[in-house]
Design a protein around this ligand. Sequence first.
Ligand code: KG4
Ligand code: ZN
Length: 376
Amino acid sequence: MRMVNGVEMDQVMNQKKSSSFPSASKSPVSGTRPVSGTRILGIETSCDETAAAVIEDGRLILSNCVASQVELHARFGGVFPEVASRQHIRTILPIIEEALQQAHMSLGEIGAVAVTRGPGLPGSLVVGMNTAKGIVLGSGLPLLGINHLEAHIYSAWLAVNPPQPLPPEPRFPLLVLIVSGGHTELILMKGHLDYERLGATLDDAAGEAFDKVARLIGLGYPGGPAIQEASASGDPRAFKFPRAWLEGSWDFSFSGLKTAVLREVRDLQRVYDTLPAADLAASFQAAVVEVLVGKAFKAASAFGAAEILVAGGVSANMALRGALHAQADFPVHIPPIALCTDNAAMVASAGYYRFTAGQQDGLDMDILPNWPLIEV
Ligand code: KG4
Ligand code: ZN
């Protein structure tokens, strides 16, 4: 387990044993930053990252702490739900404390608490939700339940160590492509919090395909970064894998591609002792990227989008980012790599836009493990 912000989790746990949780009535930890704007404390525990962040006015990152469980799950070759929820319980309070401290903030300077409500693993979601409720109960702060896919979209509004002024916001109507471990969706976003779902994967999510194919060709977990790394020394034209265009719909399908890789691997194993993993990875990655980019641009033209936004874990992929930026038809927004995979800054950002639109949830709010974005 590690923390993205450079602090070992064990270290944080040990340091924080004797410290008290910052209370709503406590005065500011540091008075160096002018107090202005609306600050949201974000909490994310939908899968295998325990995360907390403080965001000002939806865009400015004051802190963004992530405790990744990737090393815990690597030996299982995927996320083990029971292990994930237990680890969230161990990590959630230290990571929230860390986020408040890095933002030089007490709960008294926070405007609302935003927590991922779904979709995600039930046992994981419940840890974040109950922690958020506890904070809200003790502090009197407003509570907001956030859809995880909406949060991924709002990661494109965030700026890491922002220059002054902040970079331009994505412009509506936006064609949004969400590509994560659990979802692949094309969405037309007509304004803040306003979504029309155009299509989605009929089977595997793009990230799921990366993870499964990585396992097939003997690469490590998580599969996306492993495929990307192996692809660097591979030939994307070495194998002709199928592209499922599904003409006439905005849906995606990746299971045929995965099966084609499986067949190729079996054929190769009959002849060779070792697999040409780099060529297999590069050819698979090229097939996924071509379909994602092709469909996103076609949809952007068809629906008169002003810009394209791509978010979710797979948007960290360098081949995908390169292909998106290589075209000149539409301005493309892709979050910085550190904000592509699960984090709480994006939850707090979405929370800000919901809070300013008047949303507030009660303490009776429950998690929604299968919550579609269009039902928010
Ligand atoms: O958004 P995310 O962190 O979690 C979900 O909401 O699912 O996405 C995780 C997914 C995993 O399937 C992982 O393999 C994939 O994102 N991923 C990548 C890369 N980094 C993460 N896929 C391709 N290339 C990458 N560099
Ligand atoms: Zn995610």
